[in-house]
Design a protein around this ligand. Structure first.
Ligand code: CTP
Length: 410
């Protein structure tokens, strides 16, 4: 289906005297024999006009039209990104590039690494021809990551993060000169906006085993430059593996962010959140993580009742509790955190407000107090079924409340 779509695009382009090329990561992965369904096409001509033309034939749907003459087509489950071939110049390091229409040669020359700067021609007269102007194929064979020119990391320091991601994903090495340029240009990361860096960090954390790239970034001094001055824990491999355990419900990459920030202080975390414009979900999870870490002594007290453990943890989001369960050094605290995650958070009373009304308890603060007391009794195993709960509710209403006060979160 995908091949048909690509064939349709190249036929339509030929009729418009435009040339189409398969480019970037998919070419790299084709040559490596790895699956990749992210199809990127470059058009010498007008990519948006061509995409519209194809959508007009009903063979694909035009999903979106973006800046810089790019468009996305959808055909069944496949999406194809199409871009007009372009030249780029950087007015200053870290700025978004200035863009002008160009040839496939220009388009490949603006790319990050030789292994990503190859194209496969798709027009009828040169169909299938590999265009490799920067030695990408040889670098694939020698398993090397190489920039196309010495100013590459200066123009766009996100390539430092991208390079490490490819190096660790593919098991490649930086070519000697590239490695020197990368180290030289680490300070250029300061020129990149928080959003762009965060985006690259998220791409790294989306990798199958991101701990390798994270460790490498720390060794290179990239993470300290990004404000993670405490360094990465020696146990990162074990911790990240545990974060991927299917029993964990904290979403990735939020749980990874919580683990990464575990050794930092509250102040350092706030600087990180602001610098990288972190969205509210992960920000809350990271703040909760440190708050809980700083309150863990409360969970280490001997003979805590289950309802007390619940009371201490109920306000925290799941990734924060999981990060502490994974990273805390206290066995006692870890035991209580896991007890909450595996059992206590799922415990529910049998009776709800409606049931209590049927027993003659009117809605209001009194009902809330009784519902909480029933829940505590359930957690502590003092009631095990509906009849026990009804009995307890009636005795609580009669004023027999000898339930423990709930421990407060500090
Ligand atoms: N690119 C670049 N510099 C960047 C970002 C992207 O030169 N800062 C180029 C690379 O040639 C890359 C292509 O744009 O191959 C597409 O970028 P992207 O979709 O991010 O990467 P993929 O190569 O598709 O890699 P991945 O397999 O990680 O998706």
């Amino acid at each position: 289906m995908l091949l048909e779509l690509v064939a349709d695009i190249s036929t339509l382009a030929a009729g418009r005297s435009e040339r189409v090329y398969l480019v970037g990561g998919v070419v790299r992965d084709l040559l490596l024999g790895y699956p990749n369904l992210d199809i990127d096409l470059v058009v010498e001509g007008d990519a948006v006009g061509l995409a519209r033309g194809l959508a007009g034939t009903g063979k694909a749907k035009l999903l979106a039209r973006h800046h810089f003459g790019t468009a996305t087509l959808k055909h069944g489950e496949f999406t194809v990104d199409m871009a007009t071939a372009r030249k780029e110049t950087y007015a200053r390091p870290g700025a978004l590039p200035e863009v002008a229409p160009g040839t496939i040669r220009d388009d490949l020359a603006r790319r990050d690494f030789s292994i990503n700067a190859m194209a496969v021609a798709l027009s009828p007269d040169d169909h299938g021809e590999l265009i490799d102007l920067h030695g990408g194929r040889a670098d694939l064979e020698q398993r090397l990551i190489r920039v196309l020119h010495p100013g590459s990391f200066r123009d766009d320091a996100t390539r430092i993060l991208r390079g490490v991601r490819y190096e660790q994903r593919l098991g490649f090495e930086f070519e000697v000169q590239t490695a020197g340029l990368l180290r030289r240009d680490i300070p250029m990361l300061d020129t990149i906006s928080g959003d762009r860096i965060r985006n690259e960090l998220e791409l790294i954390l989306d990798e199958k085993e991101p701990e390798y790239a994270i460790r490498r970034l720390d060794d290179l001094g990239v993470l300290p430059r990004l404000g993670l001055t405490t360094g990465v824990s020696d146990d990162i491999h074990e911790m990240f593996r545990e974060a991927r355990n299917p029993s964990r419900t904290g979403k990735l990459p939020t749980l990874y962010f919580c683990l990464l920030m575990y050794p930092t202080t509250v102040d350092e975390l706030e600087v990180f959140i602001t610098r990288f414009n972190m969205p509210s979900g992960p920000s809350r999870a990271m703040r909760d993580t440190l708050h809980l870490k700083n309150s863990l002594h409360l969970l280490q007290r001997p003979s805590l009742k289950p309802s007390q453990v619940y009371g201490l943890l109920q306000e925290y989001v799941a990734p924060a509790i999981e990060a502490n369960a994974i990273a805390s050094e206290s066995t006692a605290a870890r035991g209580n955190l896991e007890l909450f995650l595996t059992e206590l958070r799922h415990v529910k009373s049998s009776l709800n407000g409606e049931d209590l009304q049927k027993l003659g308890i009117p809605p209001g603060p009194e009902m809330g107090r009784i519902l909480r007391a029933l829940h505590r009794a359930r957690l502590d195993g003092e009631v095990v079924n509906r009849i026990d709960e009804e009995r307890l509710a009636c005795s609580l209403l009669a004023g027999n409340d000898n339930a423990e006060p709930q421990p407060q979160r500090e």
